[in-house]
Design a protein around this ligand. Structure first.
Ligand SMILES: Nc1ncnc2c1ncn2[C@@H]1O[C@H](COP(=O)(O)OP(=O)(O)O)[C@@H](O)[C@H]1O
Ligand SMILES: [Mg+2]
Length: 258
């Protein structure tokens, strides 16, 4: 499953919180520049997996490699370097309410590129706002934005440093169809224009089919299958079938109803 060229590799990961076992021998390899979607029921450890990669949580056993280096036992200080290359887009947008949109987006740029001058900062901020289809709103405050706009500004802030890897934790959950499509296209553009590797956690199967190079299903404390959209849709694995088929009636009734 994981090959020599993987940019990220989770090896035999084990993780429990007290009696609750989340991972028991989880393996997953992520290839450079691919968009890999991780699907699975609520509470199966999708967020725990993303957080483990940037050192917000630590596995009990097993290993995590990033660009050929084992990072499992990195110090907090060493993880800062990983976090410069790997952006984590949280489920909530958590913007600073007292800062303008422009200042919010410039914040990580100032942190990562202290020498960047004002003109370049402003250009980067403007370019990123265009990428999330919100050009020219630098001067607005978070309180003036709709939920979907806030979410997109949160994404803009995460991608403005042009990280090598982006972890998208349920980026379209709760969004209207237009904001959803803008974010899906953003995921595709980050790869096409900047060569980013993305891991996307989502419950939304149409979104997963639209953005994925490959998909991976977590069930029973492991990754049970990794494959292309086509391979997953034709899978005979019972967990994959249960997960994908359980969602079909709902998706169909949405289309037929109202
Ligand atoms: N910091 C934590 N402390 C205790 N339990 C946690 C913590 N983070 C996650 N868990 C538990 O681990 C399991 C997986 O959580 P999570 O990764 O958030 O699920 P999801 O797949 O929905 O993202 C859940 O049972 C959750 O309650
Ligand atoms: Mg989660």
């Amino acid at each position: 499953m994981s090959e020599g060229g993987d940019i990220i590799r989770f090896r035999e990961l084990k993780k429990a919180f007290g009696p609750k076992v989340v991972f028991d021998g989880l393996n997953l390899g992520v290839r450079p520049r691919e968009t890999l979607t991780v699907i699975g029921g609520s509470g199966t450890g999708k967020s725990v997996l993303l957080k483990s990669l940037i050192g917000l949580l630590h596995p009990d056993a097993g290993g995590i490699d990033f660009k050929g280096q084992e990072i499992t036992y990195y110090s907090e200080r060493q993880f800062l370097d990983v976090r410069r290359q790997v952006a984590y887009v949280f489920q909530g947008s958590a913007l600073f309410d007292s800062l303008t949109v422009g200042e919010n987006i410039a914040y990580p740029l100032r942190e990562h590129f202290p020498k960047m001058d004002r003109r370049e900062l402003a250009e980067r901020v403007a370019r990123t706002l265009k990428m999330v289809n919100l050009p020219g709103i630098e001067g607005m405050y978070p309180a003036d934005l709709s939920g979907g706009m806030k979410k997109r500004v949160g994404l803009a802030r995460a991608i403005t440093t042009e990280p090598e890897v982006i972890l998208w934790d349920e980026p379209t959950t709760g969004l209207d169809p237009i904001s959803t499509r803008i974010i899906e296209d953003l995921i595709l553009r980050m790869k096409a224009e900047l060569g980013c590797t993305s891991i996307v956690v989502t419950h939304d199967m149409p979104s997963a089919y639209y953005v994925s190079d490959r998909m991976a299903l977590i069930a029973n404390r492991k990754i049970v299958q990794v494959g292309t959209v086509d391979e997953m849709q034709h899978s005979r694995n019972s967990d994959v079938r249960a997960f994908l088929d359980a969602r079909l009636p709902r998706a169909e009734s949405r289309g037929v109803g109202a």
